[in-house]
Design a protein around this ligand. Structure first.
Ligand code: FRU
Length: 492
């Protein structure tokens, strides 16, 4: 049964989607209208890739959460589907928070999410309950299970928090369903709780699978877990991190733990811990396994620390990153844009072995919907201590990406790119400087920049706030650099 609230939001979206015309990026997912945050339910269903997202269509601010819905066959062209869930039941009346999805053997698409319920008791004390709920559907319409919530407080370990119990990751393994849910333990720091079920409805607590102990942030949000080349990988989005040299920045971050999981007993042994994206606007990613076996990740292309910065009068806030193929190289996570992007490359421009020793621009190298590959080395017998590429250049505006070859550091800086809020605009991270050349790939889609360094060893994502007409690209070097540029426009 489609509730009145769901029917109303679907009508609202249909009537308002046009207000965002002209604002939409070309190949990144946005909401129909209004606000989006986390990706949800990124999954394969009947051979197509479905993506849901946290959605508040009524304004460009966060509000009671709905689930918006899109699907794709190739990760680049997306089709918008009717809003999948509204906060329309007693157990989720204050929001359908983040969650995941799975295709069931009986042909149904199952969503697992957090139902939020807020109340004030007789003494005026505020209570927030977060409990895990499920819904079943056919890829368009979803019916919430009448026995919701399926994981409630009676299945919390001692000391757990009822108000910070969210973002279930569901998967099936060895004939059983598992769910990993974020929570806090007695000391207030984040934990991941593991649950098991025979039928995805009756859940049993297994163990505290991982503990943060304030080492990586406080509360952990939006867990994901998957196998990659023989290792187990857990990705979480911690709140309130403390910085660690060039690896982790303060605030909301995204951390990958690579190691070995024991799902029988509910524990995880860490071998490597790293940042997932070294930029500014990246949070709460989810992954799926594509039908050809690739592990594909998509994230929210914003971060809670930057949500104040919006273009005046915008009708749309929030988008997803480009889906990225992830793999392990030398024990670390690497990521590249999905290869399907290459099918949409047009207008190839190639410049080989250009000597850069002052600020230059190159014929045909400009744009804001582009895929650009750069290879930078020192010109023969010359030193090049720093190389800079500026994008979104026009008037007084630009964003810069600079490589310090001596220190092996890369810095992004978008403070001169139209943002009027005093938010984070710069980040610096380590890159491999032991090779003769540095590779960069820069994917821009109107107001976003996704940078991939050295075959995806590091990715850095950030938004720009200036006019789309400011679309020049410049290169500069301290010393003498040798530059190869291969640039394409992306056209759908
Ligand atoms: C992460 C998050 C989740 C929550 C959702 C609410 O960005 O805070 O933990 O489910 O957003 O919109």
């Amino acid at each position: 049964m489609i509730s009145k609230k769901l029917l109303d939001v679907r009508t609202f979206e249909d009537n308002n989607v046009h207000r965002a015309d002209g604002e939409r990026p070309a190949f990144h997912v946005t909401g129909g209208i209004g606000w989006i945050n986390d990706p949800n339910g990124f999954s394969v269903y009947k051979g197509e890739y479905h993506l849901f997202h946290q959605y508040h269509p009524f304004s460009v601010e966060w509000g009671p959460m709905y689930w918006g819905h899109v699907k794709t066959k190739d990760f680049i062209k997306w089709e918008r589907l009717p809003v999948a869930m509204a906060p329309d039941q007693e157990f989720d009346r204050d929001g359908c928070f983040s969650g995941t999805a799975i295709e069931l053997e009986n042909g149904q698409h199952m969503l697992m999410y957090t139902g939020v319920h807020k109340s004030v008791d007789e003494e005026g004390v505020f209570h927030e309950l977060q409990r895990q709920c499920v819904a079943f559907g056919d890829g368009v319409n979803y019916e919430k299970y009448e026995g919701n919530p399926v994981i409630s407080y009676d299945q919390l370990p001692e000391g757990a928090f009822v108000q910070d119990f969210r973002d279930p990751k569901i998967w099936k393994q060895d004939g059983k369903y598992y769910s990993l849910v974020a929570n806090r333990c007695k000391d207030g720091s984040g934990v991941l709780l593991l649950y098991v079920s025979e039928d995805a409805l009756q859940w049993k607590y297994v163990n505290t699978f991982m503990e943060c102990k304030y080492e990586y942030g406080t509360m952990w949000e939006c867990p994901d877990v998957f196998k990659l080349e023989g290792k187990d990988v857990v990705i979480v989005s911690p709140m309130e991190m403390e910085p660690e040299e060039y690896e982790f920045h303060s605030g909301h971050g995204v951390v990958a733990f690579i190691g070995k999981a024991d799902f029988e007993n509910g524990s995880f042994e860490r071998e490597c811990v790293q940042s997932v994206d070294y930029g500014i606007d990246f949070y709460a990613p989810q992954t799926l396994q594509a039908t050809d076996g690739r592990r594909i990740m998509i994230g929210w292309m914003r971060n809670w620390a930057t949500t104040n910065c919006k273009k005046n009068g915008t009708a749309l806030y929030g988008s997803m990153t480009l889906p990225r193929e992830i793999s392990l190289v030398d024990g670390r996570l690497v990521q590249k844009p999905v290869r399907e992007l290459e099918n949409y490359r047009v207008n190839k421009v190639l410049h080989e072995n250009v000597v850069v020793d002052k600020e230059i621009s190159l014929p045909g190298v400009k744009g804001r919907t582009i895929d650009m590959l750069l290879r930078v080395s020192s010109a023969e017998g010359e030193e090049c201590s720093e190389f800079t590429v500026k994008v979104g250049v026009g008037g007084k505006h630009y964003a810069s990406i600079s490589y310090d070859s001596k220190k092996g550091l890369m810095s992004i800086d978008r403070k001169h790119c139209g943002g009027r809020y005093d938010i984070v605009h710069e980040r610096t991270f380590r890159v491999d400087n032991t090779k003769d050349a540095l590779d960069m790939r820069i994917v821009m889609d109107n107001d976003s920049v996704e940078l991939f360094v050295n075959e995806g060893q590091q990715a850095a994502t950030f938004m720009l706030y200036n006019s789309l007409e400011e679309n020049d690209i410049c290169f500069d070097a301290k010393g003498k650099a040798l530059l190869c540029v291969e640039k394409y426009d992306i056209e759908l």
